[in-house]
Design a protein. Structure first.
Length: 537
């Protein structure tokens, strides 16, 4: 008698699987197994979920348990064979499919699986271009560039689908290079050739062109559809792709192409529907990774157009799990950037921002400056273009002796409001703490230009001048080091005119006082004095 609790979880799992929510389905099937660990169907269903997520190790474990519990159930062998095939265990997959066929000799899925597994076994060359070897080729400097060349990718897909074509592609030097990388030695030229001295050149015969492969009727229809697509004759393109599908119903390339048409037509729901159809069919027929990856990436684009950015990002990540493509990586980067921007925009709320600012002000008055910083930060997130919040946080940063952050916030406030006098005062105070007197002097001066009576800037300017004059004859090593790293100070010292002035002032200070009547020179010398680089008087 079936366990009602387990069956309820199974139904939830089936529903989640149909909706492509594979991880959720796994959770439901796991609970079903916990409720009834002896039902083989639960393991079979969870194996299918793991396979859909390309977690073939877990898929194999569940399929093995399914067969163990119910050795006469055919579907368990299809699950097990599929997982073994994608793990590159072609011999084990072939044996599994054979056992399944003993139970159901006419099972088309088992027959097709056995044929594919045996094709790999009959041609060791094809086995080399799977699993870890494929990853090695995609990351090796010698071969990674090949995967950006469409003709190479097409030939590789051809070998993966039909290992009997391996001998033909071996005529391509790129595949010889790949073999060398996999086997760990250079196959670009035979060792004997490399060791032999150069021979006298002899005239070479013009190589004969290899006979072109005859296109199938489906491929011809696809090409006609592609031409219509380029000319934006979308309805005609779909007709050609449909005819190609009638001839080759298991090739998901044509479904992918139809999805591209609907994407161009901005019928995003239909595009997504076709991509899902391609993915389902692709798993059934064990299509090559590149075609499955294309369905995922195109689905991601359609989802993004609908504003479903989380789902779009997941689909794009799924694409990269199938096949690494630079264009898709760029697509993912753009989607993630767009989502961050949308999230930030959705978070903006000036009213809530002001509530956080008020709360922060209370913390500030109570001397709880770190709590104030947290509240000002939240206010900025809620309204990132209000200069007041940056200025307020700068004041809090000064209180906790983090002047660098205070400088950044003050500068941001000034960026949003160049007439914000208080921000100049706080920027000057932050520079004072860091002993960057020349910068403090500039900040206070800018503030006084806007408001000559501003108390904070007037007091700050006076403090700067007092600090400069009372610094004494002994140089402040820390202050001097900071000044010499400042690009503004470096530019002043590189100026040939200033270099000559400094030389003249050092050699004949009395006769060089006339330099001080030049505003440019006087300003430069004041900054050098404020920075502690030169002393006057």
């Amino acid at each position: 008698m079936s366990n009602p609790t387990a069956q309820a979880f199974k139904e939830k799992g089936n529903k989640a699987f149909q909706e492509k929510n594979y991880q959720e389905a796994i959770e439901h099937f796991t609970k079903a197994i916990e409720a009834d660990p002896n039902d083989h169907v639960f393991y079979s269903n969870r194996s299918a979920c793991y396979a859909s997520l390309q977690n073939y190790e877990s898929a194999l474990q569940d399929a093995h348990k399914c067969v163990e519990l119910k050795p006469d159930w055919v579907r368990g062998y299809t699950r097990k064979g599929l997982a073994e095939y994608y793990l590159g265990k072609y011999s084990e997959a072939a044996e599994t499919y054979k056992k399944g066929l003993e139970l159901d000799p006419e099972n088309a899925q088992l027959k097709e699986g056995l044929e594919k597994a045996q094709s790999h076994l009959q041609n060791p060359f094809a086995q080399m271009f799977t699993g870890e070897n494929l990853t090695k080729l995609m990351t090796n400097p010698k071969t990674s560039g090949f995967f950006q060349q469409q003709d190479f990718v097409n030939m590789l897909n051809m070998v993966q689908q039909n290992p009997q074509m391996a001998q033909m592609v071996m005529q391509d030097q790129r595949f010889m290079t790949c073999m060398g990388v996999i086997l760990g030695f250079d196959m670009e030229a035979p060792p004997e050739e490399q060791k032999q001295p150069p021979k006298e050149e002899t005239p070479k015969e013009t190589p004969k062109e290899a006979p072109k492969k005859e296109l199938s009727e489906a491929e011809k229809l696809k090409n006609q559809g592609n031409e219509c697509y380029k000319k934006k004759k979308y309805d005609e393109a779909i007709q050609y792709y449909d005819k190609a599908l009638e001839l080759e119903p298991n090739d998901i390339l044509y479904i992918n192409n139809k999805a591209a048409v609907y994407l161009a037509k901005k019928d995003f729901d239909k595009c997504i529907e076709l991509c899902n159809e391609a993915l389902t069919k692709g798993r059934e027929v064990m299509a090559d990774f590149g075609k499955i990856a294309k369905a995922y990436s195109r689905k991601g684009l359609a989802l993004a157009e609908k504003g479903l950015l989380e789902e779009a990002i997941q689909a794009t990540k799924d694409s990269l799990m199938e096949y690494s493509d630079d264009k898709v990586k760029f697509q993912l980067k753009n989607l993630e950037k767009l989502k961050r921007k949308k999230d930030e925009e959705a978070y903006v709320n000036p009213e809530i921002a002001e509530q956080h600012n008020t709360s922060a002000n209370e913390f500030f008055k109570s001397g709880k400056f770190k709590d104030a910083i947290n509240e000002y930060t939240e206010a900025i997130k809620r309204n990132p273009k209000n200069p007041k919040y940056y200025s307020n946080r700068a004041a809090a940063y000064i209180k906790v002796m983090e002047p660098a952050h205070a400088c950044e916030d003050s500068a941001k406030a000034i960026e949003f409001d160049p007439n914000f006098v208080r921000a100049y005062g706080r920027k000057g105070n932050a520079h004072m703490i860091m002993k960057e007197y020349h910068k403090a002097m500039d900040s206070f001066s800018e503030g006084l230009k806007l408001d000559p009576e501003n108390a904070e800037c007037k007091d700050g300017y006076a403090r700067v001048m007092n600090a400069i004059s009372s610094s004494g004859d002994q140089p402040d090593e820390e202050r001097l080091k900071q000044a010499m790293a400042d690009p503004e100070i470096q530019n002043i010292l590189r100026d040939p005119q200033i270099q000559q002035v400094l030389k003249d002032l050092q050699e004949n200070p009395q006769q060089s006082q006339g330099y001080l009547t030049d505003p440019k020179i006087r300003n430069a010398l004041n900054k050098l004095m404020a920075a502690g680089v030169v002393k006057m008087g």
